[in-house]
Design a protein around this ligand. Structure first.
Ligand code: AMP
Ligand code: MG
Length: 343
C-alpha cells in the first residue's frame, strides 16, 4: 500500500491541509494523526470494515477494544444513548483533553470497535489537528495508538512512519505530542467510578469534580492468574522496546546500577540520579524527579531510543506512584513485563 505523508505547516490554515485525510477517513481508509497524548491510527468508528482494518494494520489482538474520538457532543450521542451525570460533569471539566470514558454502546455502533463488549470508550482530544480532522470527517474516529501492537506508543511522526509506512493510507504529522502517554480510561460500571488506565488526568483531578474514584489494581500490578480484565488492554505486555527492561524501585538506584552499565546495558533515570553516575556512562535521564509531566512526555521516546542505540538491557528508575507519576509507572511496569527489583 502506498502511504501518503502530510506534514502540517502551522503557519497555514489547518483545514485545507487536512481535507484529503478527512476524505480518506470518510471513504473507510486508515489515517494516522497527532493527538496531545500519542499519535493515533484512525478509521471511521461507524464503519465495521474500516475498524477491522485498524486491527489488521497494527497486528492488534481482536479482543482489545478501540477508543472512539469525537470533536463535539454530537459525536458522543452517535455512540451512546446514556450519559451518566458524573460523565457529563467530567466531560465539562476535562474535554477536550486526555480523558477517555466508557459508555453503553448504541446498537448501531459496530461491536468490533469494542471487541464485542456492550460498552464503548470515547474521548474528545484537544490537539487542534485532531479536532479539525475529526470535524471535517464528520464521523467519530476510532483510534488506538499508531504503533505496531506491543511496541512503545509513538510520540512523534518519525515513529509512526517507522511502524506504519505501507500499512495505512495516510500519515498526518505535526511535531511531538505534548502529553506523551495515553489517556486516562475511566469506567462507571461499578458503584464507584474506576480508573482502568491512569493518565495525565489524575485520580485527584477526577475526585475534585465527582468525589471518590477507585484505581484498578491492574494499574500497578499484573492481573492475577485467571482474572478477567475489566479493560482488555490490561492483560497484554505493552509499550516494550526489543531491549529487556527492568524497573527498579526504592532508594539507591545510582549505586545499584553503577557497575552494571556497559555497551549493551543502559540506565533510564531522573536527572538528579544521572548526576550521581559517571560522565560518559550510558545514562538517559527522563526528567527531573518532581516533574512528572515531563517524565510522561519523554518515556516512550527514550524506550524507542534504547533499541536504536543498540542496548539490549535497560534498568529504569521507577517514578513515584502518585499524580501523573502513577501513569508513568503504569507504562514502565508494562514495558518491563512486570519485572521489578525493589531496593
Ligand atoms: P489504545 O487506544 O491502544 O491506547 O488502547 C485503548 C485502551 O482502552 C485499552 O487499554 C483498552 O482495553 C481500553 N478500552 C477501550 N474500550 C474499552 C471498553 N469498552 N471497556 C474497557 N476498556 C476499554
Ligand atoms: Mg496502544
Amino acid at each position: 500500500m502506498q502511504t501518503r505523508v502530510t506534514v502540517l505547516d502551522e503557519s497555514r490554515p489547518l483545514e485545507p491541509q487536512l481535507r484529503h485525510a478527512a476524505d480518506t477517513l470518510r471513504r473507510g481508509g486508515l489515517v494516522a494523526f497527532p493527538t496531545e497524548t500519542v499519535y493515533g491510527l484512525g478509521a471511521n468508528a461507524l464503519d465495521r470494515q474500516a475498524v477491522l482494518n485498524i486491527f489488521a494494520a497494527k497486528g492488534r489482538p481482536a479482543d482489545n477494544p478501540l477508543i472512539a474520538h469525537i470533536a463535539s457532543f454530537e459525536g458522543l450521542h452517535r455512540l451512546t444513548d446514556e450519559v451518566d451525570a458524573r460523565a457529563q460533569k467530567l466531560a465539562e471539566a476535562f474535554w477536550p483533553g486526555p480523558l477517555t470514558m466508557i459508555f453503553t454502546r448504541r446498537a448501531q455502533v459496530p461491536a468490533e470497535l469494542s471487541a464485542g463488549m456492550d460498552t464503548v470508550a470515547v474521548r474528545m482530544p484537544s490537539h487542534p489537528a485532531a479536532r479539525a480532522l475529526i470535524s471535517l470527517a464528520g464521523v467519530p474516529v476510532a483510534a488506538p495508538s499508531a504503533n505496531l501492537s506491543g511496541r512503545p506508543s509513538p510520540t512523534c511522526g518519525r515513529y509512526v512512519q517507522e511502524d506504519l509506512m505501507g500499512r495505512v493510507d495516510e500519515i498526518v504529522i505535526d511535531g511531538d505530542c505534548a502529553v506523551g502517554i495515553e489517556s486516562t480510561v475511566l469506567s462507571f460500571s461499578g458503584p464507584e467510578p474506576i480508573i482502568l488506565r491512569p493518565g495525565a488526568v489524575t485520580k485527584e483531578m477526577l475526585e475534585q469534580v465527582i468525589g471518590p474514584v477507585r484505581l484498578h489494581h491492574a494499574a500497578t500490578e499484573n492481573l492475577k492468574e485467571g482474572e478477567k480484565a475489566a479493560s482488555p488492554g490490561m492483560k497484554y505486555k505493552h509499550y516494550a522496546p526489543e531491549a529487556h527492561v527492568i524497573l527498579v524501585e526504592g532508594p539507591g538506584f545510582a549505586p545499584f546500577v553503577r557497575d552494571k552499565l556497559n555497551e549493551t546495558t543502559a540506565a533510564m533515570c531522573f536527572l538528579e540520579t544521572a548526576n550521581e553516575l559517571p560522565e560518559g556512562a550510558p545514562v538517559f535521564p527522563y526528567a527531573s524527579r518532581s516533574d512528572e509531566r515531563s517524565q510522561g512526555a519523554r518515556i516512550f521516546t527514550l524506550l524507542r531510543d534504547m533499541d536504536k542505540r543498540g542496548f539490549t538491557k535497560v534498568y529504569c528508575e521507577a517514578p513515584e506512584k502518585s499524580g501523573v507519576g502513577l501513569a508513568v509507572y503504569n507504562r514502565l511496569v508494562r514495558a518491563a513485563g512486570f519485572e521489578v527489583i525493589r531496593l
